[in-house]
Ligand binder design. Structure first.
Ligand SMILES: Nc1ncnc2c1ncn2[C@@H]1O[C@H](COP(=O)(O)OP(=O)(O)OP(=O)(O)O)[C@@H](O)[C@H]1O
Ligand SMILES: [Mg+2]
Length: 451
């Protein structure tokens, strides 16, 4: 196993640090060698932590008990949540996750995002060891983990329903896992106080969970996982049972927290805003498959397919039926009686892919649309509803038979122009630049630039 460069604190049998006290080592083996070199029997090694890369190679999960699962769902009654998924069902059972390939870097914050039932929790639970991996390989560092027991994976997990022990104080809740591991009292105290300080819950250490707010309880749950100083921290929708305001607050807390915690994070959410704000990279899933992996900026600017385009970004990307016309290597899009030239960068990608004239699904983000000046050529629309957001107006319009949303910035507008836009039923024209266009194959939904 590869260890990051670490400091080994070498102490003599009396616990006194030996001068110079700290020795830098590259590997665990190295650390042991150092201790042998010092001729020490009793020793303490501090801060020697493995590289926390996580690698999933062609991982697949099949739930063999599809029938039982269906039955148990029925038992939940009509109100049981129905998952809108098209999972593949084979003779072996329901394929919840397949062809899952991902290299997670040391200390990276990865977010798995996708609609309900797409396989996020299943993936996380396979990494934690709570679910068997049907096929494929899981590595933490360079160690194959498929058959390693959860307790030996050096992983901590925070669940959505993070039930704290109600009869224990915050301190006891946080100390519990360490106590089970027979860690010394002083060490427990040090770890709990360190975690409490980072999470800003020191003042609540003696309280019982019922005397805490939802957000404070959430922090205790994170702290409970965090005291174990895990190589990898897994979080499954940890904020989903908080109200909107608290969720925003906790999201900010997690952003702060991650800079202070020296750990790889894998975080599951169905909320694309959470994914965009938290992730170094986002993994977008649907029906058990990865749709795209990339930084928030990459997935926003270059969605690989229609699904990703519609899932990432709020308000949602507008979609139109349009025609992409190729004429001697030059491209433009025809929509609503106007022609919009494709930007230079996109031209190159289309040309490289040998894209020809064809019907397409055209995607344009609401914030990239612009209301035309008087007399300017544009696509016609009628304003249905307007939402004044202060610095911008969200215009819901009907255009070309579609519901279209536009986010119009009001900063440069005269009051007269603003009042025209806030009159429902008014007719307007709109346009957008060529670089704002996302062109998707009409049949398979793949971005024509990406093919
Ligand atoms: N024990 C099981 N047996 C059979 N099928 C299962 C089992 N657990 C989960 N599934 C199915 O596997 C699919 C993936 O489930 P999973 O819990 O990973 O989804 P998710 O992306 O976490 O969804 P959510 O956002 O609702 O939590 C679902 O369609 C689910 O019905
Ligand atoms: Mg889930």
């Amino acid at each position: 196993m590869i260890y990051s460069t670490s400091i080994v604190c070498v102490q003599d049998n009396g616990g006194k640090s030996l001068s110079p006290g700290c020795v830098s080592v590259e590997t665990w083996h190295n650390a042991k060698q150092v201790l042998r070199d010092y001729g020490l029997r009793r020793h303490r090694i501090q801060g020697c932590k493995a590289m926390s890369t996580v690698t999933l190679k062609n991982v697949m999960k099949i739930y063999p008990n599809a029938e039982d699962h269906k039955k148990s769902r029925k038992k939940g009654g009509e109100d049981a949540p129905k998952k809108k998924v098209n999972l593949q069902i084979t003779e072996r059972g329901v394929v919840a996750v397949q062809q899952f390939n991902l290299d997670i870097k040391d200390k990276e914050f990865i977010v798995l995002v996708g609609p309900s039932g797409c396989g996020k929790s299943t993936t996380l639970r396979m990494i934690a060891g709570l679910e068997d991996i049907t096929e494929g390989e899981l590595y933490i560092g360079d160690k194959l983990m498929n058959d390693v027991a959860p307790k030996d994976r050096d992983i901590a997990m925070v669940f959505q329903n993070y039930a704290l022990y109600p009869h224990m104080t915050v301190y006891e809740n946080m100390a519990f896992a360490l106590k089970l591991r027979k860690v010394s009292k002083e060490e427990i105290d040090k770890e709990v106080r360190r975690a409490a300080e980072i999470l800003d819950i020191t003042q609540y250490l003696n309280r019982k969970p019922k005397a805490l707010s939802g957000g404070q309880r959430q922090r205790v749950a994170i702290g409970r996982a965090f005291v174990r100083n895990p190589q990898v921290m897994l979080m499954d929708e940890p904020l989903s049972n908080l109200d909107a305001k608290l969720r925003n607050q906790m999201r900010a807390e997690i952003i702060k927290l991650r800079s202070r915690i020296d750990t790889t994070f894998i975080y599951v959410t169905h909320d694309q805003t959470e994914a965009m704000t938290l992730g170094d990279r986002i993994v977008i899933m649907k029906d058990g498959y990865i749709q795209q992996v990339g930084t928030p900026q990459e997935v926003f600017n270059h969605p690989h397919n229609l699904f990703v385009a519609g899932f990432i970004g709020t308000p949602r990307m507008n979609m139109f039926d349009a025609i992409l016309v190729e004429n001697k290597g030059e491209y433009h899009v025809q929509l609503g009686g106007i022609e919009i030239p494709v930007s230079e960068e996109k031209q190159k990608a289309l040309k490289a892919n040998g894209v020809k004239t064809q019907d397409i699904t055209l995607g344009v983000r609401p914030e990239h649309m612009r209301v035309c000046e008087e007399g300017e050529e544009g696509i016609e629309a009628v304003i249905d509803v307007n939402e004044m957001m202060g610095s911008s107006i969200h215009l819901h319009v009907t255009s070309l038979g579609n519901d279209v949303v536009m986010v119009v910035s009001t900063i440069e507008m005269s009051e007269k122009a603003v009042s025209a836009l806030t009159t429902n039923g008014s007719r307007i024209k709109y346009t957008f630049p060529g670089k704002a266009m996302h062109m998707f194959d009409k049949v398979n939904g793949v971005n024509l630039e990406e093919k």
